[in-house]
Unconditional design. Structure first.
Length: 371
């Protein structure tokens, strides 16, 4: 799916220089590299505050903790997402309230988010799935009306835009992951929270070091959620190459879209976005190949962290995956089981038909795949 050795080869020397710089400094925890990276990534995203953290999962926990989520609260989030989204809610003793996916872009249904806001709703997590922003305007409008903070889970969407707005700048807080497979990946683990709110930024900086601004003087219960100095140094190198890397990824995605249309007779699932309304989940004939659909127009709307197609019909996806594997082509399934079906969460009476279909039918292809 991704050759990390080849990815780092063009700037291997820069990474080695960064390693030596940190080694020679003798400063390995929250030093000059983390401070510089936070300034540089904040400027790149276009946000006032950026706080480097241990990983993207911890970023979600701290974001929720910072806005006061705790036992007995409810947090609205998609069911078709990586576990960390709902897991962060549960780690704080709160209840994830799931919404289904849109048939177009597979992001959370904006109309269901609005409909499920209730007296216990403490926050909303809008996931920007696979590198494309969710439909934020109705979510932000409803959240503002009810005084509810919105957290953007942008782990897969650094650089994605909605109406010119960068992912991580629209809500109350944005969270990011620098897992090695991300478009900006560390050589290990790393995460980030972005915000325009100075008081929230200050609170998160305390929470990442056991709730203390001054060492040994703890104002709140936090933890050890620091971004490593060495990873910050590596990320600074890779950030300088991010624009060109995203351009290449978008070019590869366009070639792949064209190739799948020509050679596999692949089609778009819909003619227009349906993020805000109900849409029948029934599809084309069995075995149809459905291309990734973009709900946004304009430059840089999609970062293609994953290139995900659908193959309609029971077991069709798995059969194609086996065939590609036999040809030496690696694929991945994001995600084989939605959150409402995970054993660790309370069984759900509500049905999530689109999420169930996506779990059975989606397949991620290598971005440089030649069909």
């Amino acid at each position: 799916m991704l050759d990390l050795v080849a990815e780092h080869a063009p700037y291997r020397g820069e990474l080695e220089t960064a390693f030596e710089r940190v080694l020679d400094s003798g400063r390995f925890v929250l030093g000059a590299e983390v401070e510089a990276f936070e300034r540089e990534i904040a400027a790149w995203i276009g946000v006032t505050h950026a706080i480097g953290l241990s990983n993207g999962s911890d970023a979600l926990v701290l974001a929720l903790q910072a806005v006061g989520v705790g036992p007995g609260d409810e947090v609205i989030c998609p069911t078709y997402t990586f576990f960390a989204t709902a897991g962060a809610v549960a780690r704080l003793g709160a209840k994830p309230v799931f919404v289904d996916s849109a048939k177009c872009c597979y992001n959370l249904r904006a109309d269901q988010v609005v409909a499920k806001i209730g007296p216990r709703t403490k926050a909303i997590i809008a996931v920007h799935l696979f590198g494309q922003c969710a439909d934020m305007d109705p979510i932000l409008t409803a959240a503002q009306k009810h005084g509810i903070p919105v957290i953007e889970d942008a782990a897969q969407a650094l650089g994605a835009k909605d109406k010119g707005r960068q992912a991580g700048t629209m809500g109350t807080l944005g969270t990011f992951s620098f897992f090695p497979t991300k478009n900006l990946g560390a050589l290990g683990e790393g995460g980030l929270i972005t915000t325009k709110d100075a008081s929230l930024a200050e609170k998160i900086r305390k929470l990442r070091v056991h709730g203390a601004k001054q060492k040994y003087f703890h104002e709140m219960i936090g933890g050890n959620f620091r971004l490593h100095e060495l990873q910050a140094a590596f990320l600074r190198v890779k950030l300088r190459h991010l624009n060109s890397a995203l351009r290449k990824r978008r070019q590869n995605a366009q070639k792949l879209l064209e190739g799948l249309r020509e050679k596999w007779n692949a089609v778009m699932p819909l003619d227009s976005c349906v993020c805000r309304g109900n849409e029948d989940v029934s599809d084309l004939k069995q075995g149809a190949v459905l291309l990734p659909f973009s709900c946004h127009s304009g430059e840089g709307e999609h970062t293609w962290n994953q290139f995900v197609i659908r193959i309609t019909g029971p077991m069709r996806r798995d059969a194609l995956r086996e065939k590609l594997a036999a040809d030496g082509i690696q694929t991945e399934v994001y995600y084989p089981r939605a959150m409402h079906e995970q054993e660790c969460f309370t069984p759900q009476k509500e049905k999530f038909p689109m999420a169930n279909l996506l779990s059975q039918e989606t397949l991620a292809l290598p971005i440089a795949f030649n069909p």
